[in-house]
Design a binder for this molecule. Sequence first.
Ligand code: 4GS
Length: 254
Amino acid sequence: MDFTVLTLFPEMFSVLLAGGIVRRAIEAEYVTVEPVNIRDFAKDRHRTVDDRPYGGGSGMLMKPEPLAEAIRQAGKKHPEARKILLTPQGRLFDQKVAGELAEQPSVILVCGRYEGVDERVREHLVDEELSIGNYVLTGGELAAMVIIDAVTRLVPGTLGSEASAQEDSFSGGLLEYPQYTRPRSFEGVDVPEVLVSGNHAAIKEWRRRASLVRTMLKRPDLLIDQPLSKSDMAFIRKLQQDIKTIMGERAAAP
Ligand code: 4GS
């Protein structure tokens, strides 16, 4: 999987190359990350990359020519690449989108700076727009790094264990169950008995139920469109019944 990043701040990406799973993935040649300086495609003596907006207003825009040339050149080198502009106007990046991107042979990430890019770049020179969240960054670089990080760990081979990418939060659509390591008792709080029981079926059931309860309490929005088994449904019904009983008792209390 090849990432090409078009940016005015290529040196920001040295953070990704400094360590961790992304660096290891690059070293093992599962992915490549190539930052390209958009300024190298400016034609004038001052290597200008920004300009004032027609119609007036505060702030500057990225002028289209250097961006267009950078995108064209990257596209020539990677004809298969999906060209993505990072902007709050884009489709929200989530675990599902990360999975989609991990199947692409190549992705070109276009990082804006200033107040944004000339509209014609957005309209004609990229395949799609992605946003990492509903807030405004000073540049697309951090968004690009978030995407590279989340996608890289889904590229087969990169996590060491194939299972871990599958098993974590969101891959199953539910939140992660609580996890514990040694010591068995920490500051007065013990590890749940079932996890040290050696009963693997019981552990599996406990974890599934813990994931369900957590998701219901913390992120009920994630349960929409989640496939739930008969056993999940039976568990949830029982919870509802227990809650009703408790509420009933409360209502009756003085
Ligand atoms: C995002 C975002 C972003 C928008 C870049 C203003 C500089 C900035 N990019 N997800 N111009 N949120 N981009 O805020 O992707």
